[in-house]
Ligand binder design. Structure first.
Ligand SMILES: Nc1ncnc2c1ncn2[C@@H]1O[C@H](COP(=O)(O)OP(=O)(O)OP(=O)(O)O)[C@@H](O)[C@H]1O
Ligand SMILES: [Mn+2]
Length: 578
């Protein structure tokens, strides 16, 4: 079109004044070419802008949780995580949901008063997240770490009784008809999974013995073995975290047991998660005058502990994911727990708060508040029900006295470990080194609250220790607590695989703080703010160095420090990245 305009213009100029025609033509053409260039530049700019913005924003969700076909709400839910509420507010109470949506979107950025600045802020976050992802993809220390032989050790194949639960075929169920067998094989024939009366709000159960039909939480349950809670390489892990982060919330009741407020959340396909709410900002340090048993629990500590445990190669913490929930539509309006619902109130600034009922901090002086509805929480996938997979709780030999005045025996007796070593179950097997693994994990994240640990009863003493309840970790970054390392210091014993991994994580190429930062970026809440502040990340490196020093000093004074659980002495596991 522009070309024809040029042509007609120049031809009319020729007709008007043949003498000056050449000069006029040149002048006209120059002007037009300038205009065309301007037009072209404008057009290119707008195209480029669209091309840049769109992929970045859509790249946020895959970064956090890989897409799968089964999760319909995922993209909307995830983008809404940056707009303050999760997908689950698409509950039948739609009018209210819409009303709540707008204020919620603003709550994350209280200083922003209009939706325009809200949107630009969100975009900035998306772009930032994209940059992080780019970095992760190009030179991922985390990926390199997990590729190392030390994180892929050859292991004997698991036998039938090494699995916590089994899917039993109909023929097998008939063969082993004993009552005990049927009880043990908690999940058996297909027909038993069909619920006779469909409960309100729950999905119709259509699972068969085919694993493809199982929801992620069930696949997680079926993947629990004598050796570990989950296999790091199992693709279901990503689906499980995505599931926890996006599933519609159907129920919320207070979870009994323990001392602080936590909720049991239910999802339409019968999955459940343990919710711990945000109580203080990420940067807040625990008051130095508080005893550890009076410390708040932190949602981000639960999330970070899961990542740290995985990085150490333990796989002993149930997967935990961060999420923004709507206190009103996803808790208050759906709860059937009257004791809980009676504790809801609106704070003077208009935030929706509740405090529940428990031993510590369940009072209106310690409320859990939305902004005004949006609340950061951690969601840990629930382990199989105790009736299906009973667990045994063990009192830790290095338990603290939980008294303001008394010292525990281990604090007074330097030879305490000798006694422990002669006491079952620490005499045989791996129990002692497992406990020391747990002490290392706890020292790194400064968790003083490990009074008990649990195991699955089915596996007897030959199994891993569950590292449940990590809410009091990551409370102080400016101080370390050497007494948490007492089991290592007093027993001078450590698994070889653990020591080698700790050494790897102290190398610049796999620095613990770096791989932790990278790992935590995968959590949906990382889009709101980093799960651990930089001082907490540096504290990890400092504590790791201390741990290695303790081992070194053990090796100077004792023989038999290393418990060799790594086959093939001639394999060089101390590798640097390429
Ligand atoms: N993911 C999970 N699945 C099933 N049960 C769990 C899970 N996490 C914790 N529990 C159980 O719930 C109980 C209470 O949880 P937790 O210890 O986290 O709460 P708490 O209030 O911090 O307890 P405490 O005050 O004793 O430290 C635990 O003893 C454990 O048995
Ligand atoms: Mn606790």
């Amino acid at each position: 079109m522009s070309l024809s305009v040029v042509a007609s213009l120049s031809s009319s100029m020729i007709k008007l004044n043949p003498c000056r025609s050449t000069r006029s033509i040149y002048l006209g053409l120059a002007c037009l070419s300038l205009a065309l260039h301007l037009l072209l530049a404008f057009f290119c700019l707008s195209v480029l802008q669209t091309a840049c913005v769109l992929p970045t924003s859509s790249s946020l969700s895959p970064s956090s949780i890989p897409r799968t076909d089964t999760q319909h709400h995922q993209s909307s839910a995830h983008s809404s995580s940056s707009s303050a509420v999760s997908s689950s507010h698409k509950l039948p109470t739609s009018r209210q949901d819409e009303e709540h949506h707008k204020p919620n979107a603003k709550t994350l950025h209280p200083k922003e008063k209009d939706s325009f600045s809200d949107a630009t802020e969100r975009e900035k976050k998306l772009i930032e997240a994209g940059k992080v992802i780019q970095k992760v993809k190009s030179g991922s220390k985390l990926e390199a770490l997990f590729k190392l032989p030390l994180y892929n050790l050859p292991r004997p194949e698991l036998q039938e009784d090494d699995w916590l639960l089994r899917v039993e075929t109909n023929e097998h169920a008939r063969d082993t008809g004993s009552e005990e067998g049927q009880r043990e094989d908690a999940i058996n024939s297909d027909s038993e999974w069909q619920s006779a009366s469909q409960e309100e709000g729950y999905d119709k159960v259509t699972w068969t013995s085919d694993v493809e039909t199982h929801p992620p939480w069930l696949r997680f349950h079926l993947g629990i073995s004598r050796r570990e809670l989950y296999n790091r390489k199992d693709p279901n892990l990503a689906q499980l975290t995505q599931y926890l982060a996006t599933q519609r919330i159907l129920g919320a009741v207070q979870k009994t047991g323990g001392t602080q407020l936590k909720l049991l959340m239910s999802f339409p396909n019968y999955g459940q998660a343990l919710l711990k709410p945000m109580k203080q900002s990420r940067d807040a340090e625990t008051d130095v005058n508080l005893f550890y048993f009076s410390d708040f629990e932190r949602h981000n500590a639960e999330i970070a502990a899961f990542h740290l445990d995985r990085l150490l190669g333990f796989n002993r913490i149930p997967p935990v994911v961060g999420r923004l929930v709507n206190v009103t539509t996803e808790i208050r309006e759906i709860t059937t727990d009257h004791r809980l619902s009676r504790t809801f109130f609106t704070s003077p600034v208009g935030n929706v708060c509740f405090y529940g009922r428990c031993e510590y901090y369940c009072s209106s002086e310690h409320p859990v508040c939305g902004q005004p509805h949006a609340l950061e929480v951690s969601l840990a996938v629930m382990l199989p029900d105790l009736t299906l997979a009973p667990r045994r709780s063990w009192r830790s030999p290095w338990r603290r006295s939980y008294s303001r005045t008394k010292l525990a025996q281990w604090e007074k007796d330097p030879a305490y470990c000798d006694t422990v070593k002669q006491t079952p179950p620490y005499i045989h097997g791996t129990r002692l080194v497992d406990l020391i693994d747990m002490a290392v994990l706890d020292f790194l994240m400064s968790n003083m609250d490990r009074h008990h640990y649990e195991t699955f009863e089915k596996f007897g003493n030959k199994t891993f220790l569950l590292h449940l309840d990590n809410g009091r970790a990551f409370g102080r970054h400016s101080r370390d607590e050497p007494s948490i390392l007492a089991p290592l210091q007093q027993c001078c014993r450590i698994r070889r695989s653990t020591l080698l991994r700790l050494r790897l994580l102290s190398l610049p190429g796999f620095r613990l703080s770096d791989v932790m930062r990278e790992s935590l970026v995968q959590d949906p809440l990382a889009g709101v703010a980093p799960l651990l502040s930089e001082p907490h990340l540096s504290a990890l490196d400092r504590r790791l160095a201390t741990t290695l020093q303790v081992v070194q000093s053990c090796q100077h004074h004792h023989k038999d420090v290393i418990y060799n659980d790594v086959e093939g002495d001639n394999v060089d596991y101390d590798q640097q990245p390429d």
